[in-house]
Write a protein that binds this ligand. Structure first.
Ligand code: FES
Ligand code: FES
Length: 160
């Protein structure tokens, strides 16, 4: 059965008739038309579907749309600044070659964005921990860590 869902997606208020069993991943991709959020495992194991809910990373494949009513959702599309400028993380992934096929990249960037908002100067251990739930089949993770480190403005110092 459908009911009205009110929430904010990438800064815009929305009201949509949404089935009560619809997952946030399917709502964002299907109804809102934001296909940047990816479906990988569809079971909470790959992190490709990560979005921010009130600034915190959340797996949209495990989240019912109605459970985030009234909250602020951010997807990879919302990271691009006014005028089309890439966010610091998007730019760092591009410059540090943190992306190969790109399928995992939206989830990686959203997970890293959540980390850097809590801890703008996150060290390597914190970065690895924040990305532990995000799987990449291409890169071997080294370039991904380098990209997040560059965006964090740290030189990769270890946690003490
Ligand atoms: S699609 Fe959500 S964790 Fe894999
Ligand atoms: S770049 Fe291909 S899965 Fe990560």
């Amino acid at each position: 059965m459908k009911s009205i869902l009110r929430l904010t997606v990438n800064g815009k208020l929305r009201e949509d008739a949404v089935d009560e069993t619809e997952l946030l991943l399917d709502y964002l991709r299907g109804q809102v038309g934001l296909s940047g959020t990816k479906q990988g495992c569809d079971g909470g194991e790959c992190g490709a579907c990560t979005v921010l809910v009130d600034g915190r990373p959340r797996l949209s494949c495990l989240t019912l749309s109605h459970s985030v009513a009234g909250l602020s959702i951010e997807t990879i599309e919302g990271q691009v600044r006014r005028g089309g400028e890439l966010s610091p993380l998007q730019r760092a992934f591009h410059e540090k070659l943190g992306t190969q096929c790109g399928y995992c990249t939206p989830g990686m960037i959203m997970a890293a964005e959540g980390l850097l908002r809590r801890n703008p100067h996150a060290d390597d251990d914190s970065i690895r921990q924040a990305l532990a739930g995000n799987i990449c089949r291409c890169t071997g993770y080294v370039k991904i860590i380098e990209a997040v480190r560059a965006a964090a403005g740290t030189s990769g110092k270890k946690a003490t």
